[in-house]
Design a protein around this ligand. Structure first.
Ligand code: ADP
Ligand code: MG
Ligand code: ZN
Length: 491
């Protein structure tokens, strides 16, 4: 950022909650069905229909709130947010306004600036204040299909109308695009981790808007903010924020003023463009939804939801660092998702924490990522990875051979022992067997033996080589070394 300037950023995230049916009716939330096939009088907004709250959406909303460090409020109120748009047949969206489902979050994340190559510099803790997480319904979709000018047609698909969303709004606490980036990734992982949302930006079940303003360092008053939309990935969002900060600084320095507006990110041109001016605040004429009771949950229920949740990612990272002595980077990597964390713990239990960590991060994860597979779809089970680590630790195969064995295990789904046996890799560690080879080698090389005993110790390597050759490379080098030392010395 240009010297003397500071950016102020606040984020709004809409996450689709992973329910099977919609928030106020029984229609399916399935994606990709025939347009308008998952609709009924409620989500079509027909007169006389009444909404009924889907309790599963409340449960998942509570999981999301607790995973992000918010307080779940015992009473919240649904409200009508009135606006006219073709994809909103009721003329209002059921949302929450002055009494949201949850509020006052303090979320600790870790963040780091990145260098030119996108590599994180030093990680530091960073606290984000989350203003609120409230429940609401999604709108439908305007669809434009066909060919421009010849056969273009548009229609409205209401399959998405009534899908439950959690809207998560932060205070304007971010000062850099990377803080915002790390926050969104943190939220995505947390929501996936507790099963509240798939939180996949590419599928559109996590949408993100960034509010960006700039001010001179030392200035207390916030500048005029611009709202950025069309951010289809976390990386696009980061780039859009970065561009917008520079744009606003240049504009002000050249005597202009930032207009309050909504801008869209154009990834191809790498710039933001005006979508609409927001000079006047929208007046949504919020009022309490008369067709729904206030939403009441009690402390016992909130506690029950909390207890049913898995150990959260950051707690698990901390535990991994203590219990398995993993570095911060390794522990962060293994808590990237729930399945991977489980995988690591099982592999560590089947072998040892250090070996499992090295082979998971160095070898198996590379194969998984290249194949686009999650840890729970790995053709190599954690127990088999553990078996491979043990085979190496016990000297049955070398580390170098282990890499080939793993690739073969990954390709065929076979177990470690089976691959080692099939490839005839098993090292000979049996001392009696190696001793016999050593004796033969010494007997076959009387001259070298005499020189060695006369002080030419450099010949040690020669004997090792001969023994390895005689064993066709299968003798365990450690055992060979020990036996040779003993036999060469003895008279
Ligand atoms: P609006 O009514 O325009 O939606 P809100 O007050 O609800 O504005 O804030 C929306 C988001 O914008 C929040 O995340 C908030 O933290 C952020 N925000 C508010 N003011 C600023 C500002 N001056 N610069 C950057 N972000 C801001
Ligand atoms: Mg807003
Ligand atoms: Zn419906």
């Amino acid at each position: 950022m240009k010297k003397g300037w500071e950016a102020v950023i606040g984020l709004e995230i809409h996450a689709q909650l992973s329910t099977e049916s919609k928030i106020f009716c029984g229609c399916s939330t399935r994606f990709g069905d025939e347009p308008n096939s998952n609709t009924c009088p409620v989500c079509l907004g027909l007169p006389g229909s009444l909404p009924v709250l889907n309790w599963r959406a409340v449960e998942l909303g509570a999981r999301a709130a607790l995973a992000l460090g918010l307080r779940v409020n015992e009473v919240s109120i649904f409200a009508r947010k009135n606006y006219f748009y073709p994809d909103l047949p009721k003329g209002y969206q059921i949302s929450q306004y002055d009494r949201p489902f949850s509020s006052d979050g303090h979320l600790e994340i870790v963040t780091a600036e990145r260098d030119e190559g996108g590599h994180a510099r030093e990680w530091r803790p960073f606290e984000v204040r989350i203003t609120r997480l409230h429940l609401e319904e999604d709108a439908g979709k305007n669809v434009h299909e066909g060919l421009p000018r010849t056969d273009l047609y548009s229609y409205i698909d209401l399959n998405r109308a009534g899908t439950p969303l959690a809207e998560i709004v932060t205070e304007p606490d971010f000062r850099t695009s990377w803080e915002a980036y790390d926050y969104v990734n943190h939220v995505r992982r947390a929501l996936q981790w507790v099963g509240a949302s798939e939180a996949d930006m590419e599928k559109g079940n996590l949408r993100c808007e960034a509010n960006v303003s700039v001010r001179r360092v030392g200035e207390e008053k916030f500048g005029t903010k611009v709202e950025l939309k069309n951010l289809n990935s976390v990386r696009f969002m980061q780039r859009a924020i970065e561009f917008e900060i520079e744009r606003q600084i240049e504009l002000i320095e050249s005597g202009g003023r930032v207009a309050q507006e909504t801008r869209l990110w154009d990834e191809r041109e790498a710039c933001t463009r005006v979508m609409r001016s927001k000079e006047e605040a929208h007046d949504y004429r919020y009022f309490p939804e008369p067709d729904l009771q206030p939403l009441a949950v009690n402390a016992d229920w909130i506690e029950q939801v909390r207890r049913a949740m898995p150990e959260l990612p950051d707690a698990r990272r901390k535990r991994f660092m203590g219990q398995y002595r993993l570095s911060f980077d390794d522990a962060s990597l293994f808590t990237r998702d729930h399945a991977l964390a489980d995988f690591y713990e099982r592999a560590a239990a089947a072998s040892n924490p250090r070996g499992a960590a090295n082979w998971l991060k160095g070898e198996l994860l590379r194969e998984l990522d290249a194949a686009g597979l999650a840890a729970d779809a790995s053709p190599v089970s954690p127990e088999e990875l553990g078996a491979l680590v043990r085979a190496i630790d016990e000297g049955r195969i070398s580390g170098k051979q282990g890499k080939d064995v793993l690739v073969e295990m990954f390709r065929t789904g076979k177990g470690a022992s089976q691959v080692i046996e099939e490839q005839g890799l098993a090292q000979v560690s049996d001392a009696a067997e190696i001793e016999k080879i050593v004796t033969d080698v010494l007997a076959a090389n009387p001259q070298q033996l005499a020189s060695y005993r006369a002080g030419k110790e450099a010949l040690f390597g020669f004997f090792v080589g001969q023994v390895m050759k005689a064993s066709k490379g299968k003798a365990n080098p450690k055992v060979v070394n020990e036996l040779l030392k003993e036999k060469l010395k003895a008279e």
